[in-house]
Design a protein around this ligand. Structure first.
Ligand code: FMN
Length: 281
């Protein structure tokens, strides 16, 4: 399983950076599994304490870096730079050997200001040079006015921003594939797009070739009401991929799924391992 570590530079509970990170996790194709790596528990780096593994949180963090195959780093901007918490994480992970080495990374900054955390983003990229991490060069992602991008359920509703972030995630996926070539997985995984309430694949003329539709219900539930795949895409496991995207969406946003359409019901019968995420009412 290819795991992508997601690191959020803000420790604030209601951080916009966390909301942005959730969106990016949701936009990853299903063959890349997002793993959130918490940096809030890391004591400030002090080389004197780092001689005989006496700080368990540092060891845990280093192991988490070793276990992932790529990184998405979402940074806010504090005083035109990255947060102290994020810089501390870079320092902890750089010792006693460099646990960041040879990773690839997507760097995203955000801010309520129009400048979108440009200073922090550039500072992160500068640190990545010495850590020998390869960032996605373009698109550069500076999200300004981030306080206007989410609805009251913490979902991003602006379709232009979603589409831009999907482009950035696709560039990251392409870079990851270069560093870690795997047997050709079908490219349709990349073509799955997200809009609030649906994952879908469009044909070249804009027609919908496959989609899964889900609706908000009360009490943090979503109802999957329709899954359909056109004739030309059948037999490639597309419906399953769409369903897995909904499952991951539910995991990221702590939701349960009501399987209302026949495909979702059949999927659940075949995959009881996801039972905990489903409810019948
Ligand atoms: C100590 C501090 C310094 C800040 N400096 C900047 C700054 O240089 N540029 C900027 O765009 N916003 C700055 N801000 C505002 C942050 O962008 C804003 O608080 C943002 O919500 C923080 O990100 P978060 O929501 O992910 O926690 C600063 C905030 C704090 C607390």
């Amino acid at each position: 399983m290819t795991q992508i570590g997601i690191i959020v530079g803000s420790l604030r509970q209601a951080a916009y950076s966390q909301k942005v990170a959730n969106v990016l996790a949701n936009l990853l194709p299903v063959q890349l599994t997002p793993v959130f790596i918490d940096i809030g528990q890391l004591p400030l780096y002090n080389a004197d304490l780092d001689e005989d593994d006496t700080v368990p949180a540092w060891q845990t963090f280093r192991q988490q870096l070793d276990d992932v195959d790529g990184l998405i780093i979402v940074t806010p901007e504090y005083n035109r730079g990255m947060t102290g918490a994020l810089k501390n994480a870079f320092d902890v992970g750089s010792k006693r050997r460099n646990h960041w080495k040879h990773q690839i990374a997507l760097v995203v900054s955000s801010s309520p200001e129009a400048t979108g955390g440009f200073g922090a983003n550039q500072q992160v990229r500068q640190v990545l040079v010495t850590l020998n991490v390869f960032p996605v060069q373009r698109p550069e992602v500076y999200l300004g006015h981030v306080n206007h991008l989410f609805n009251d359920q913490n979902l991003m509703t602006n379709l232009d921003t979603l589409s831009f972030l999907q482009t950035a995630v696709n560039a990251f996926v392409a870079l990851q594939a270069k560093f870690d070539p795997q047997p050709a997985d079908d490219l349709n995984a990349l073509a799955i797009k997200y809009e609030p309430g649906r994952f879908y694949i469009n044909g070249e003329n804009g027609s919908t070739l496959a989609e899964i539709i889900f609706h908000d219900q009360q009490n943090k539930r979503i109802m999957v009401t329709n899954t359909q795949v056109s004739e030309q895409l059948r037999g490639q496991g597309i419906a399953k991929r769409l369903m897995l995207r909904v499952i991951r969406f539910a995991q990221i946003y702590h939701l349960t799924i009501i399987p209302d359409c026949s495909y979702a019901q059949k999927f659940l019968e075949k995959h009881p391992e996801y039972q905990d995420l489903f409810t019948t009412n």
